[in-house]
Design a protein around this ligand. Structure first.
Ligand SMILES: *Cc1c(COP(=O)(O)O)cnc(C)c1O
Length: 393
């Protein structure tokens, strides 16, 4: 067999951190344990019926069977622009300021190819969604971890970023409501971000995947609501989380027209866009009735209570997150993220995600996802109460 040397960009991708946990899960399952995973951030509820009906109808239309445009149908981009107008009061030109993506993850990974040369610096949140650093590494660039600290509401403190790093940085990622911490940001924070970006000439990429998953009447803003935002950046969005469409693969990037154009040009050389029937279905999601979304959020809200009350009954002192379907909590005294996750699986068959999987600054934390039925969450906490013993904080 020939031995093929992998490209540096692949060799430099970080190793898969959850390998040891996966092994423990497999062992438990072999022993016949009913494993409960609180680890997966993927909606368990079904896509609303009217969206599925639209897909079925449009799948029957032969006009949709050919290659779509790689930047998305104008009607899809217009639906995104209308959504921004209605939801955030933000004006977007559908033709030049919106591009369709095959899920926002696709654009998040590819934006690095558009703006980063080998050796360029990009600021990535730590902890953070792994794709920000992954896409940058694939472009040969160097991610610089911006620590998100609890005492700062898990938001970057721009004054803490050394000015020589800020001067070298070409691009930055931010994400509020935040995965994995559940932290939120207001327009004032986005305006500070615009000021920082203008001072150092940095392209801002805001990931707003969780804008519609929020509780207690809270409505997360768009980065594009901040004054001057469109001059310094773009926002990624997606129908994945609000309409339970993670498997459908459709999202968007919106904002700075030159950046939108660059992403579209890259895509025209890489992919041929998303199946038009899926685009029609996403239009239905964005412009159709929103009662299914409201019901979903109410279900996450109930689950959020089970998790927060469950943790606090075991000795934690966690606040309920205002948005996202994640609860982020510190590990008890004497544990690391990994050793606590292993202890919990070992004793209870319950899987939690070790925080260091999202970056070094995630060490000392774990994440619980609300994407499993309430009864299963209750069962997980019943087991933890029975078997974890006394925990110290
Ligand atoms: C789920 C998620 C996304 C959305 O990904 P899609 O590719 O649109 O399905 C983007 N960013 C973060 C932080 C996420 O958690």
């Amino acid at each position: 067999m020939l031995n093929f040397e992998q490209a540096e960009r692949i060799k430099n991708l970080p190793p898969y951190l959850f390998a040891r946990i996966e092994k423990l899960i497999a062992e438990k399952k072999e022993q016949g344990v009913d494993v409960i995973s609180l680890g997966i951030g993927d909606p368990d509820l079904p896509t609303p019926g009217h969206i599925i009906e639209e897909l079925k109808k449009e799948a029957e239309n032969p006009a949709n069977h050919q290659y779509p445009s790689s930047v998305g149908m104008l009607s899809y981009r217009q639906a995104v622009a209308d959504f921004y107008q209605k939801r955030f009061g933000v004006e977007l030109d559908a033709k030049s300021e919106v591009v369709a993506l095959i899920g926002s993850k696709e654009g998040i990974a590819h934006i690095s190819w558009c703006y980063l040369n080998p050796g360029d610096v990009v600021l990535v949140p730590d902890p953070g969604y792994p794709v920000y650093a992954g896409g940058a590494i694939l472009a040969g660039a160097e991610p610089y971890a911006v620590k998100l600290k609890e005492e700062n509401g898990f938001k970057p403190n721009y004054a803490d970023i050394p000015s020589e790093v800020a001067r070298k940085a070409k691009m930055m990622f931010i994400n509020y409501p935040n995965n994995p911490t559940g932290a939120t940001a207001d327009v004032k924070f986005f305006e500070e971000t615009v000021a920082f970006a203008k001072e150092y000439n940095i392209l801002v990429c805001h990931d707003n995947a969780y804008s519609e998953i929020a509780f207690d009447g809270y409505r997360p803003p768009s980065f594009l609501e901040a004054r001057g935002a469109k001059e310094v950046g773009i926002e990624f969005g997606s129908v994945s989380k609000p309409y339970n469409m993670t498997g459908w693969r459709i999202g968007w990037a919106a904002g700075h027209p030159e950046v939108v154009e660059a992403l579209g040009r890259l895509k025209s050389n890489l992919d041929s866009g998303q199946f038009q029937a899926v685009q029609y279905a996403a239009i239905k999601g964005l412009t159709g009735p929103q009662d299914a979304l409201k019901k979903n959020v109410a279900i996450y809200d109930e689950r959020r209570k089970v998790v927060v009350e469950g943790l606090n009954a075991l000795g934690w002192n966690v606040q309920a997150p205002k948005a996202t379907f994640y609860v982020w909590a510190p590990v008890p005294k004497g544990y690391t993220s990994a050793s606590f996750a292993e202890y919990v699986i070992e004793k209870t068959g319950v899987v939690i995600t070790p925080g260091n999987g999202y970056g070094e600054s995630g060490e000392g934390y774990f994440r619980i996802s609300l994407t499993i039925p309430k009864e299963r969450l209750e069962e997980a906490f019943r087991r933890m109460k029975e078997s974890l013993g006394k925990l110290e904080f």
